[in-house]
Ligand binder design. Structure first.
Ligand code: URA
Length: 232
């Protein structure tokens, strides 16, 4: 790829900024000064800025404990977006994998690895998602069987069997294997419940256990390897 693209993708600066760095003679490729932005480099090239090696990482994988009030998008005219919460990673082109509502909190994966995002969102892959839902009146035990049988939503779509565990009068843990628009809220609504708080506890093996609301971290190598098995 072109040297300027490599540097921009590596997070060194914008395309304009890196072109300037190259022109001013601060970039070396394999210990040789290069002043051409279209100079061809690849992942085996040793590239440095002011003689300091630049580490290139093609893909970034982040786990965010999403707060309320942020849209699951990369840009929006009216609200703040989740990528604003990860300022040092925004430049790598990360995007949320799937959506959580504006008022939903919890586990959100963000990546610039499009093929992985696509695989994880595929309806065929049945990635498990677990939520804690708080509802507006007393939960009835009969719901457990109803959720397990597969709820038919108001638009006629029948959900896959879901596991509901009643935690107390108004809180339940729900595991679903798909991700339709507003799915959890719509499932409860069929039985006359309004979800007043929703927190995603897990997305596949990812949990927000160690993260306070609004905090994020890079995935571990083991977590990434596990998720990549969805692409194969
Ligand atoms: N289901 C919902 O209703 N909302 C979410 O944010 C996620 C799942």
């Amino acid at each position: 790829m072109r040297l300027d693209r490599y540097l921009a993708n590596a997070g060194v600066g914008t395309r304009k900024e890196v072109k300037q760095l190259i022109k001013s003679g601060r970039i070396k490729v394999n210990d040789t000064l290069v002043r051409e932005s279209d100079f061809y480099v690849d992942f085996s090239s040793n590239i440095s800025l002011d003689d300091k090696k630049i580490d290139y990482k093609e893909f970034y994988y982040l786990l965010l404990n999403k707060p309320k009030g942020y849209i699951s998008a990369t840009a929006d005219d009216y609200h703040e977006v989740v990528v604003d919460l990860l300022p040092e990673y925004k430049k790598y082109g990360i995007a949320p994998v799937g959506r959580l509502d504006l008022d939903t909190t919890g586990v959100m994966l963000l990546t610039n690895h499009g093929a992985l995002a696509h695989a994880l969102l595929s309806p065929k892959k049945h990635v498990d998602k677990t939520y804690i839902a708080e509802v507006n009146h007393k939960l009835d035990v009969s719901l457990v069987n109803k959720f397990n049988e597969g709820i038919t939503l108001e638009d006629g779509y029948t959900c896959l069997p879901a596991k509901l565990e009643i935690l107390d009068d108004t809180h339940a843990k729900l595991t679903i294997h798909e991700g339709k628009f507003h799915q959890v809220k719509r499932m409860f609504k069929i039985f006359g419940y309004e979800v007043i708080n929703l927190d995603r506890q897990s997305f596949d093996i990812l949990t927000h256990d160690s993260l306070a609301i609004g905090e994020y971290r890079e995935l571990t190598t083991e977590e990434v390897e596990h998720l990549l098995s969805y692409i194969k």
